[in-house]
Design a protein around this ligand. Structure first.
Ligand code: TAP
Length: 506
């Protein structure tokens, strides 16, 4: 049996100068195409209309308004979603406050842990359904939702269930106490996972929650609401209100909310910071990024190329910590770029429900327009573009994986967050030069370093102004590990023991 990655590598090696005989024997492989392997949707249960999840029940919005949520790969409507107004948010926050005062803050921590654990188990049980819905609503390849988003979401609940009754050990002699109601607003790139990042530590520390998912990706959060109902979590401990930016703003400005946890764009993060100044609300901001992925000449080149692809092209570049700036040491630049171009040709762009797909659909028409606009900007600014030869579906929102060569620090595509499968490439000669270039940006969320030298890795991690630095790998996540930014990428940490702190007072 021949393994698929071998077949892909065969396509690549055929493009490099191989002996004629070898080439002939590989001809079969160059014509080889994957048969579609479409994930079934038969097993999923979706309602035609979703109401707001408040005080343990699905209730109609006071606004009386609903909007359509669509599948970005087909542009077809999936369901109608309630649009919460300020009155709805007020009811949700009051439900959360009552649940905090009467039930959750009084419950022994080990009992709280049992509910969190139960939610984790239920996510695992429904993993297949959740993955399919995440892909249908968000556009990401099923492989991503199945292997990354959903297992990591369950793991966050498991991990924080473990901390609930051990807070005194986490912070010895500091007598940690919960805050009250946490208002949480999340983006569209990892809907279920971001909900898990926020809800799990809030519950473990004894707080109650009002969460708003992004307008375009509410479905897995609403399925999570069903899971929460099934888990028997006391009414009002978690409330999920759907809607637009104004719904998020109503949560941020509500006087009974004690803590805001926001993940999203830097622009909205700044607005939130201004809005709550002068109040005693605690705040964590997980914002945008423009990560540097740095390849030194002694790096394992083939692995580094995979790391680059994993860093920016999988998940359509819809990752805050995407390695969207590539810095390659001049002596290996030609080799790395050639290998990267070859690898781009093997990436499958298309139906996200197909298990072979590497790059699924862009989340929304608006985001697609933004990415295409940046591609135009890159060309107008004089960078050299290389795009994969692949075809993309006519319907739905898709972009070919795109490289921009010969970019410089002053190019907008090197400075601004695109949030799409677009990579800006620069070369460097010395370690000082690359540190200077990597840090010369308003963001500081993450970075990658590829080198054989351990000492160089330690040197770089000290000097790169990024919350996370991956060494000889990229985009690896674990619930035990804190995540967060520097500079305009925000402040506060989520994940790990550090992720408990923003939900506690001492
Ligand atoms: P945003 O437009 O900022 O939206 C994020 C969330 O905030 C959405 O739920 C949005 O609602 C809501 N919102 C919009 N205006 C608001 C306001 N005035 N007050 C309160 N809430 C408001 O970001 P996005 O486009 O969804 O997500 C992409 C951004 O998120 C990127 O910049 C990315 O880097 C960042 N991100 C960062 C991280 C971390 S961990 N740092 C992780 C993932 C994503 P609507 O959806 O209805 O507009």
């Amino acid at each position: 049996m021949i393994d698929a990655s071998y077949l892909r590598l065969s396509v690549i090696s055929n493009k490099h100068g191989m002996a004629k005989k070898e080439k002939k024997s590989l001809e079969f492989f160059t014509d080889w195409k994957y048969e579609p392997a479409i994930e079934s949707t038969d097993h999923i249960q979706l309602k035609k209309q979703y109401d707001l999840f408040i005080n343990g029940k699905f209730v109609k919005p006071n606004s009386g308004k609903y909007y359509d949520t669509i599948n970005p790969a087909t542009e077809e409507k999936i369901a109608r979603i309630a649009d919460a107004n300020a009155k709805d948010v007020d009811i949700a926050v009051k439900a959360a406050k009552k649940a905090y005062d009467k039930t959750w803050s009084k419950m022994p921590a080990k009992e709280r842990a049992k509910y969190i654990f139960r939610i984790a188990r239920l996510i695992q049980e429904k993993a297949r359904e959740l993955s399919v819905i995440e892909t249908m609503n968000g556009g990401k390849a099923i492989r991503e939702s199945r292997d990354i988003d959903v297992p990591l979401a369950a793991n966050h609940f498991f991990y924080y269930a473990g901390w609930a009754d051990k807070l005194e050990y986490a912070f010895p002699n500091r007598n940690p106490k919960s805050l009250g109601v946490a208002g949480q607003v999340i983006p569209w790139n990892f809907p279920l996972l971001m909900a898990a990042w926020k809800i799990a530590p809030a519950l473990a520390t004894g707080n109650t929650v009002v969460l708003k998912p992004a307008e375009t990706t509410p479905l897995t959060c609403l399925k999570l609401a069903e899971i929460i109902q099934e888990s028997g979590l006391p009414d009002g401990v978690v409330n999920i209100v759907t809607g637009f930016g104004s719904t998020g703003a109503a949560i941020v400005n509500h006087p009974l909310v004690n803590k805001i946890a926001f993940t999203g764009s830097t622009a909205v993060g700044k607005w939130i910071q201004k809005s709550i100044s002068g109040t005693d609300k605690k705040l964590t901001l997980e914002l945008g990024g423009k990560a540097a992925n740095i390849i030194f000449e002694d790096a394992p080149i083939n692995q580094a190329v995979e790391g680059i692809v994993n860093g920016i092209f999988f998940n359509q570049g819809h990752v805050c910590c995407a390695g969207s700036r590539l810095f390659v040491q001049e002596s290996v630049a030609e080799e790395v770029i050639q290998k990267l171009k070859d690898r781009l040709e093997t990436l499958i762009v298309g139906d996200p429900m197909d298990k072979n797909t590497d790059i699924g659909a862009i989340n929304s028409k608006m985001q697609l327009n933004k990415i295409n606009e940046y591609i135009k900007i890159g060309l107008n600014d004089g960078a050299d573009m290389y795009q994969s030869q692949c075809s993309i579906p006519k319907k739905g929102y898709f972009v070919k994986p795109t490289l921009f060569l010969n970019t410089s620090q002053s190019h907008r595509i090197s400075q601004e967050e695109i949030f799409g499968p677009v990579l800006a490439i620069q070369t460097f000669r010395t370690i000082e030069e690359v540190i200077e270039k990597a840090n010369n940006i308003p963001y500081g969320l993450s970075a990658g370093v590829w080198t054989d030298k351990g000492s160089r890795i330690f040197n770089m991690t000290q000097k790169l102004r990024a919350g996370v630095v991956w060494a000889n790998t990229y985009n690896k996540f674990d619930p035990t590990s804190p995540f967060g930014g520097y500079k305009e990428s925000g402040f506060g940490r989520e994940g790990g023991l550090h992720g408990l702190m923003p939900y506690l007072k001492f």
